[in-house]
Design a protein around this ligand. Structure first.
Ligand SMILES: *Cc1c(COP(=O)(O)O)cnc(C)c1O
Length: 454
């Protein structure tokens, strides 16, 4: 391998970490020993031992599928043992009883998002939960018929919204308003608020855009929506577990998020619903027996009486094996503390942005950071673009053991996990990117492999 041309660029005077909980003004340097120093001063460094790291890989996809915490595997192992030893008895005699696992896990997650314990339930999947919540609140027959989302949304959210509109016999081309980003790919809160007309029923947006990593101002949008009598909900798949939330203080109506990204709950793990207390009396749009008032669920009454909590929005028997993994993973996250997790995440992404500016922004590297630089507008990952060759670069990273991803047309995403990534990992990613451009590896790969995908 080449020797990386890593010039030490001295101190940076740029303040990358200017959030209130990060008083230290970091002055990053670009040499390897500085990365080591950041690691040795990292209060969360020991958490890495709680994970089974993949040997030989630099894992930068905590925003896509979080690695496995050992406690998650132990919790799944525990349920398997209970299933073997107790059979159906596990529903009441498991530890904790399977019958209450979704509620218990919801209570634990509620602390992460600033909600009351009964406002959060571990259930369903993200897309399913969008259907469940939107079908509860979207009542076009009563008047307001429009839903606001954005062209930068994760596609499944848009598919769900379109089908919810179509289920009412309406045309989504007319009733789904998609707010567009500016030329830099940023969706401005002003534009979203401007779209909140008096025929809008619901605003449904992500907390963090999956491609750019932009974090929306949830509180501001919620206040604006409520001033106009519009309901507002957020898909927080890209923020829960890496950013603190204050759902109750912000007064949002509903939210949903997946468990397998920053929450490290495992592939396809059961997701979460947040439902603001003021909506507990609404009838769930999609009813099912696990949403029944728990004490009377086994009366087997044909008239549905839903639990007056987020639990009322459950539909089916919970997947206990999957929920156990989520519960096991939450132990590690709570131990770390969400404020500390956010602080480290911001420092890592700031460091990556700094290194990109210093070492990758000039020709021939030409990488550009498309994620907002202000910490309060940034989620947990950094998106880089390059005028061409992004797919080939991503594939060259693969061959070098760097796990990142490509999102068409030209974005490569990196999510250093505050739970198990090191600052040295971040530094190494930048070194690999330089080497790939220096050697032209990406050109050879992109020309041979790009076609099937584009
Ligand atoms: C990851 C993600 C999803 C995933 O949906 P599933 O139903 O869990 O497959 C949906 N929406 C957003 C915004 C996501 O980030």
């Amino acid at each position: 391998m080449m020797t990386p041309v890593f010039v030490s660029c001295g101190f940076s005077q740029i303040i990358y970490n200017d959030t209130s909980n990060m008083t230290a003004i970091d002055t990053f340097k670009s040499d390897e020993s500085f990365a080591r120093r950041l690691d040795s001063n990292d209060p969360l460094a020991s958490l890495r031992e709680r994970f089974d790291m993949i040997p030989g890989k630099i894992y930068m996809l905590g925003n896509s599928l979080g690695l496995m915490p050992k406690t998650a595997a132990q919790a799944v192992g525990g349920v398997i043992k209970e299933w073997r030893n107790l059979g159906i008895g596990g529903w009441l005699d498991g530890d904790p009883p399977w019958f209450y696992l979704a509620e218990r896990t919801g209570e634990v997650a509620a602390a992460l998002v600033g909600a009351s314990p009964d406002e959060v339930i571990c259930t369903g999947t993200t897309t399913f939960n969008i259907h469940s919540l939107v079908s509860t609140f979207y009542r076009p027959a009563l008047g307001r018929k429009k839903i606001i989302a954005s062209t930068m949304d994760f596609p499944t959210d848009i598919y769900a919204l379109k089908s919810q509109i179509s289920l009412h016999g309406l045309d989504w081309r007319e009733h789904l308003i998609l707010v567009e980003p500016d030329e830099s790919g940023i969706v401005s809160e002003d534009n979203i608020i401007d779209a909140m007309a008096n025929d809008v029923s619901i605003v449904h947006l992500p907390s963090v855009f999956y491609r750019s990593g932009q974090l929306l101002d949830i509180e501001r949008l919620t206040t604006a929506a409520h001033e106009r009598d519009i309901m507002i909900g957020f898909d927080c798949s890209h923020s829960v577990g890496v950013i603190p939330h204050r759902f109750d203080d912000w007064c949002i109506d509903f939210a949903m998020w997946c468990s397998y990204k920053y929450l490290c709950g495992g592939p396809g793990a059961p997701a979460f619903i947040f439902l603001g207390r003021k909506h507990f009396d609404c009838d769930p749009g999609l009813a099912g027996w696990f949403g029944y008032v728990k004490e009377r669920q086994f009366d087997m009454n044909l008239d549905f009486e839903h639990a007056k909590s987020a639990g009322g929005w459950q539909v089916s028997s919970p997947g206990i094996l999957g929920a156990a993994a989520v519960a096991g993973s939450l132990e590690v996250i709570n131990e770390a503390g969400i404020e500390q997790i956010r602080e480290k995440s911001l420092r890592m992404t700031s460091y990556l942005i700094y290194l990109t500016d210093e070492l990758l922004s000039q020709a021939p590297y030409d990488f550009r950071v498309v994620t907002p630089r202000e910490p309060r507008r940034r989620g947990g990952h950094v998106a880089l673009t390059r005028h061409d060759g992004a797919l080939g670069i991503k594939e060259a990273l693969d061959l070098r053991g760097v796990v990142a991803d490509f999102r068409p047309p030209n974005v490569i995403r990196f999510a250093p996990s505050p739970l198990y990534s090191t600052y040295h990992d971040v530094w190494s990613v930048v070194r690999h990117l330089r080497e790939i451009i220096d050697t032209g590896e990406h050109d050879r790969l992109s020309s041979s492999r790009r076609k099937p995908i584009s």
